[in-house]
Design a protein around this ligand. Sequence first.
Ligand SMILES: C[S@@+](CC[C@H](N)C(=O)[O-])C[C@H]1O[C@@H](n2cnc3c(N)ncnc32)[C@H](O)[C@@H]1O
Length: 252
Amino acid sequence: MSNAFASGIAAVDRYLGAGFETVRGMSSRFSATICGHLMRRQSEMGIRGDVAEIGTFEGRFFIAMGLALAEGEHAYGFDLFTWPDDQVMDRLLANAARCGLADGRFTPRPFDTGKLSLPDFRGLTGRRPLRFIHIDGDHSPEALAHDLELAHATLHPQGLLCLDDMLHPGYPFLVVTVHAYLKRHADMRLMCVIDREDIVAAPKFLICRADAVRLYENDLMETFRDQHFVLGGDAMGHHCVVLTPNPRIADV
Ligand SMILES: C[S@@+](CC[C@H](N)C(=O)[O-])C[C@H]1O[C@@H](n2cnc3c(N)ncnc32)[C@H](O)[C@@H]1O
């Protein structure tokens, strides 16, 4: 990967360089770099709002999101915090402190999101539109469908939904739930697929409103030219950006 591969936010890039791999978790540095860049771009475009993650675990991806916040914004991290033991939240707090995410910038939310109603979720995320939401909790179709509806209803009009473990071999049919969500909400588009690093650091989908696609897609293709799979993706009749660590086209 080229040296220019960075989010452009100094605190995020320091964390990605030195802290990220020291925090246990399942998101790729590749995807966190691209998402950090997207949060920087949102700030530069004046898209303001808090952020949330469902499935925070020990904070690997969450800390990157928190370090990308602009002044006055806050990060909410939902998890059961009981797997694999009851010390998960303690380790999240310790990781955040060690990696420079100030405790006033984020709030852990120890909840089963499957049991939260929309008013509950709104109340637990500060009642303002969320500009970036990472969904990485319970991977059953029912739970993902519910998490998607919570996120959809609280998303900033120009915000981004980021879904982890799409196309993961361990969850081969989870994309069916996303397909159904996109059919229910015809105003939403799969804007970008961020490819896997390996089987633990699996692909992510980035979804936004159709009228927000133009804010992100050309910028992604230009900024991450060396990671751009130029054929792109066929996303339900639309074209989506595909970014991958080693882009290449089959020799035919
Ligand atoms: C794959 S891990 C998340 C990894 C993390 N996002 C990262 O980047 O390292 C999934 C997490 O989702 C949490 N989870 C599972 N079901 C949940 C639910 N119903 N509500 C909230 N969190 C849940 C688990 O406790 C677990 O910590």
